[in-house]
Ligand binder design. Structure first.
Ligand SMILES: Cc1cc2nc3c(=O)[nH]c(=O)nc-3n(C[C@H](O)[C@H](O)[C@H](O)COP(=O)(O)O)c2cc1C
Length: 178
């Protein structure tokens, strides 16, 4: 395979897009769009831009939910990724329903097929990576749409309809898994 060197600021090679939901300090639900996540066993890791509003609220309230979107939710992804919670309550502008989690103090987004309930454990900020804050969290619960499960209650891998973010900072877009 012939490869060429590229010198982009970033190379996002297909990250599943999620909506992170949390309660604002006044108790109202809010959301932000994130593509930099991974999960290992009962740990969730999220990479935030340090100046983001959601990050700074989550640092105060600790609890949040990672809601994996499906390919029908591009409008919400774009809206929550373009607007800041510092200026609006994003649920007010979207057809998304916040439902209180039973295990963490954060709202689940009813319309997302997977919701992972999290409690922050670590905030990682390093002078080696200025402007980026990594949040680690303990997973307290997982909810999966029945449409993503097989008859044995395990994941039906071929049903997954994630939206993947691919980009180099200049050229960017979404890919569907289906
Ligand atoms: C597809 C997509 C993926 C994004 N991924 C991230 C991310 O991983 N981390 C991040 O800090 N911001 C990410 N953003 C940008 C934030 O969603 C955006 O800056 C948002 O307005 C921040 O809102 P807030 O200030 O309410 O937190 C992404 C935006 C889009 C559209």
């Amino acid at each position: 395979m012939k490869k060429v060197n590229v010198y982009y600021d970033k190379l996002y090679y297909g990250f599943p897009i999620v909506l992170v939901s949390y309660y604002d300090t006044d108790g109202t639900p809010n959301i932000t769009t994130i593509s930099s996540t991974y999960s290992l066993r009962d740990m969730m890791a999220i990479g935030f831009s340090t100046k983001g509003y959601a990050l700074n609220r989550i640092k105060e309230v600790s609890d949040f939910v990672v809601n994996i979107v499906d390919s029908s939710q591009v409008e919400a992804v774009n809206f929550c990724g373009k607007n800041t919670g510092a200026e609006c309550k994003k649920f007010d502008s979207l057809s998304l329903t916040p439902v209180p989690s039973k295990v963490v103090s954060a709202p689940i987004i009813e319309e997302c097929p997977i919701s992972i309930e999290c409690r922050m454990t670590d905030v990682i900020e390093s002078e080696n990576h200025m402007g980026i804050t990594n949040i680690l969290a303990k997973i307290k619960g997982r909810l999966v749409s029945e449409a993503y499960l097989n008859g044995s209650g395990r994941l039906n891998v071929s049903a997954f309809d994630d939206l993947l973010y691919v980009g180099d900072g200049d050229s960017k877009g979404y890919r569907k898994m289906k």
